[in-house]
Design a protein around this ligand. Structure first.
Ligand SMILES: [Zn+2]
Length: 669
């Protein structure tokens, strides 16, 4: 049988045929595509003709397409449905893959040819993109050690290989610790919990073959439990277990090794620290800039948190406890405070937020802004829970979109956006992207709609913002397409789009009670909107604590015990004992499950500075659906991908760069 992975997998009208792809076929397909790419590159290198964009860059870029396509499927399978079999295939393949990419970027003959290609002189759209591709490729080669001595090159490759294995082990340890932990609750433990949560806890017990109720370490259960459980001891137990994920299985050692290796890598390439290396390609450029940016917000945040603490202490004392609020109390009393101040609880709100309606809201917003439409189509993705849509612009299909929204065993926690194919053009003809959004919402029981908390609804919009960046991309080269931008720019479209969920018009139009079908009352709506910055001291603190640790660990000399340092340092800069960092190091997947956000976790807030400012551009017109502003946002940012430096793209839209002070205002610090 011919391996289906080696045939054409998708096109403008079709997603990959997931149902006929078998796990056992990945290895063959990956090795075959690697070898094919190697032989194409050899051909490019041995050509006698003068190197040009057409005879060198184009075939080089194309040579990697098949491998990228196969890997996007394989890695998606691993993050959404990790089985023992896939785990062992991944372990086997990763070193080969990372070795392959390292060897491409250390191929001197190839670099030599690329280096000789003259810049495109004419300032046409294609010319600008070609020059950008050339610039980025050269930069990639240099950052991957092309200029190193032979023995250093070997060392570089060794480090990269080790890092990729450490990253995988880090995630696996967390999944393992999560799997090992389940706690069966007594009837009295659920008395204070809202119905939706009780249902989920019952469902979990049942799927473990028991009667009653159970909780595990999935975020979708933990966070509401901490908010609503009136059992202080149990809250402590649950939060402590959640915050210890990764520790039991040995992530402390992985963190230590990872930081040392990253530092080694940076020094080898001639940088002062890993942060200096990492930030070279970002908007922020220097660790000093990031540190100052974060600390500038840290100070007003501390003041705000002080006020929040004294309010929560008051509620704690009313309940008859002495002493101060602890991390396992925070969400519970904050929820009480919210109810007191805004007169609604999460359960009230959740009944109005139905996943399907919110997808309609996304389609509606995109229609008003960009003339887009989401149409559900009858295609099967890799799991029966996935929903597949075609995305139309002025009724022309511009891409396919897959939503994989429900939590399940084997799915990585969190939410993300990726592609099975990124947008590009061949001879001017557009190849549409196939975009995937993955979330971890609790799957509804039969006959029930999927109900979301307000935060989950925000995540839904957030990930679709990334999808928009991919779907509206209009560039020639896949390498520059959609979200192929610096990490501190990539969260701009996603966080920007969250604002539309928070708008009065959308909330009014697309929220209706799942039972009574009644629209959300204007009083509740008003309260939901005005509670937007409630608890912002807490939110900002837990985020900043993680971001500050990330930049510290990667910009300074590696130390022997990062976990110990975490406590000591956060204490030194005045982190209150009432709040844990959003990610304790042992479960900080953004920076240790691969290098994605290493030394770049600050990007969320950096992007937020821009998304707030970009949203202001819409508000200033008096209409958040203002077509002219939307057109400019699409033309200058969403469609442009990474074709220009982010500063240039942003200034083309807004004429100036934003000021960090906008965050202090928008977060009400
Ligand atoms: Zn994001």
């Amino acid at each position: 049988m011919i391996n289906p992975l080696l045939k054409e997998l998708s096109n403008n009208n079709r997603i990959p045929p997931f149902d006929i792809i078998k796990n056992s076929q990945f290895k063959e397909a990956v090795i075959f595509s690697i070898n094919k790419q190697i032989s194409t590159i050899e051909k490019i290198c041995s050509a006698r003709s003068k190197p040009t964009f057409r005879n060198t860059i184009i075939p080089f870029l194309n040579s990697g397409n098949k491998l990228t396509e196969i890997l996007s499927i394989f890695f998606s399978f691993c993050s959404t449905d990790l089985t023992k079999e896939r785990e062992s295939i991944r372990k086997e393949l990763l070193p080969t893959i990372s070795e392959h990419y390292s060897s491409i970027y250390q191929n001197e003959k190839l670099f030599d040819r690329i280096n000789k290609i003259p810049e495109f002189k004419k300032n046409t759209e294609l010319g600008i993109e070609q020059n950008r591709v050339l610039h980025l490729l050269k930069r990639d080669f240099i950052r991957s050690g092309i200029d190193l001595k032979i023995e250093d090159k070997t060392e570089y490759r060794k480090i990269i290989k080790k890092l990729s294995i450490l990253g995988v082990n880090f995630s696996q340890n967390i999944i393992k610790d999560e799997k090992d932990w389940i706690y069966f609750l007594k009837k009295k433990d659920i008395a204070s919990l809202p119905k939706f949560l009780v249902n989920d806890l019952k469902f979990l017990a049942k799927s473990n073959g028991k009667k009653g109720y159970a909780i595990n370490l999935k975020e979708a259960l933990i966070l509401p439990f901490l908010k609503f459980s009136d059992n202080r001891k149990l809250r402590k137990k649950v939060l402590k277990s959640w915050k210890s994920r990764g520790l039991k299985s040995g992530n402390s050692e992985i963190i230590k090794k990872t930081i040392i290796l990253r530092q080694k890598l940076a020094l080898l390439l001639g940088y002062k620290s890993f942060s200096n290396y990492r930030l070279e390609t970002e908007m922020a450029k220097e660790p000093e800039t990031v540190r100052n940016f974060l600390l500038d917000i840290w100070d007003p945040t501390k003041k705000k948190v002080k006020n929040e603490i004294s309010e929560l202490n008051r509620l704690l004392h009313i309940d008859g406890y002495l002493g101060k609020i602890k991390p396992w109390d925070w969400r519970y009393y904050a929820e009480k405070k919210r109810e007191e101040q805004f007169n609604f609880n999460e359960d009230d709100v959740k009944s109005y937020f139905q996943l399907d309606k919110l997808i309609e809201a996304i389609s509606y917003s995109c229609n008003r802004l960009f003339n887009l439409k989401l149409n559900k189509v009858d295609m099967n993705a890799y799991h029966k829970d996935c929903k597949v849509f075609e995305v139309l612009k002025h009724n022309q299909r511009i891409g396919l979109f897959i939503g994989d929204y429900y939590a399940r065993e084997g799915k990585r926690s969190g939410a993300w956006c990726s592609t099975f194919k990124s947008q590009s053009k061949v001879n001017g003809k557009r190849l549409n992207p196939i975009v995937l959004n993955v979330c971890n919402f609790s799957k509804p029981q039969k006959g029930m709609p999927c109900l979301l908390t307000f935060d989950e609804a925000k995540t839904l919009f957030h990930e679709f913002g990334h999808a928009l960046h991919q779907l509206l991309s209009d560039v020639n080269f896949e390498m520059l397409s959609g979200t192929s931008v610096s990490r501190d720019f990539v969260e701009l479209p996603s966080q920007w789009f969250e604002h539309w969920l928070e708008s009065k018009e959308i909330l009014k139009k697309f929220t209706s009670h799942y039972k009574t079908k009644k629209n959300i009352s204007s009083k509740l709506l008003k309260n939901v909107i005005s509670s937007r910055t409630f608890n912002s001291g807490f939110d900002t603190t837990e985020y900043l604590a993680s971001a500050i640790m990330d930049i510290k660990l990667h910009s300074e000399k590696p130390i022997s015990n990062p976990i110990k340092l975490e406590k000591k340092y956060l204490n030194k800069i005045g982190l209150t004992k009432a709040i844990y960092p959003r990610h304790n190091l042992a479960q900080f997947q953004h920076i240790f499950s691969g290098g994605g956000y290493a030394s770049a976790y600050y990007s969320y807030m950096w992007s937020e500075m821009m998304d707030e400012d970009a949203y202001s551009a819409f508000k200033e017109t008096g209409d958040i659906f203002d077509k002219k502003t939307a057109k400019s946002f699409e033309k200058n940012i969403l469609s442009k991908g990474g074709t220009k430096e982010p500063e240039i793209l942003y200034k083309a839209f807004r004429k100036k760069l934003p000021d960090p002070q906008i965050l202090i205002k928008s977060r009400n610090l």
